[in-house]
Design a protein around this ligand. Structure first.
Ligand code: GAR
Length: 217
């Protein structure tokens, strides 16, 4: 069983999707703890409801990013964490932390990376007029929203979409590909080759490479 920690700052719907997937007895990973930098994050309540240990590490109590990251790092080591999943964690991590967790730290982002990095990715997609939007699970590297891609799902952009409706369509897919990506990693099917992941046939299954259905339009 791969020991997983989830870091979040808010709603925690991706955490919920991971909890749901891991409740199945044959899932090869389990969430050991959920950590938030925001004391009243809804995600912490979801974790507690599932019997998962929760920790608040409030960034406002630390005088630097380095000290905050050190506190997170310590909590992860104390619990024997093997994989860290960022799920709506809205703090930039220092490169020291990111490098320590090289290939053991993954993130989900609501765009088809490398397009639309940073905040408000869905609005960025609307502003650019793209016809396909989506989401990406990737290993984290020091650059923002950079790193080898593990899973992606595309969704169509409708003419009448606003940020809320597009975000919701993307979020549905986030909840599919995030657990699938964790499963692939836990099963040992994901290898990192410099800037990309390679995993052969198994890692190319439809749960991690999802296409839009025109029926959604
Ligand atoms: C998700 O849409 C996730 O992709 C995004 O925040 C949301 C968190 O929702 N993450 C980022 O934008 C990170 N750059 P959740 O708290 O319900 O999982």
């Amino acid at each position: 069983m791969l020991r997983v920690a989830v870091l979040l700052s808010g709603r925690g719907s991706n955490l919920q999707a991971l909890i749901h997937a891991m409740s199945s007895s044959d899932f090869p990973a389990s969430i050991v703890c959920a950590i938030s930098n925001v004391p009243d994050a809804q995600g912490l309540m979801r974790a507690r409801a599932a019997g998962i240990e929760t920790l608040t590490i409030d960034h406002r109590r630390y005088s630097s990013r380095e000290l905050f990251d050190l506190a997170v790092d310590k909590a992860l080591h104390e619990r024997g964490i093997e994989l860290v999943c960022l799920a709506g964690f809205m703090r930039i991590l220092t490169s020291i932390f990111v490098n320590k967790w090289h290939n053991r730290l993954i993130n989900i982002h609501p765009s088809l990376l490398p397009a639309f990095k940073g905040l408000d990715a869905q609005q960025q997609a609307l502003d650019a007029g793209v016809k396909l939007a989506g989401c990406t699970v990737h290993f984290v590297r020091p650059g923002m929203d950079e790193g080898p891609i593990i899973a992606q799902a595309a969704v169509p952009v409708r003419d009448d979409d606003d940020a809320a409706s597009l975000s919701e369509r993307i979020l549905t897919q986030e909840h599919v590909i995030y657990p699938s990506a964790v499963k692939l990693i836990a099963e040992g099917h994901v290898r990192v080759d410099e800037t990309r992941t390679i995993g052969g046939k198994v890692a190319r299954r439809s749960s991690v490479l999802r296409n839009p259905s025109l029926g959604d339009l």
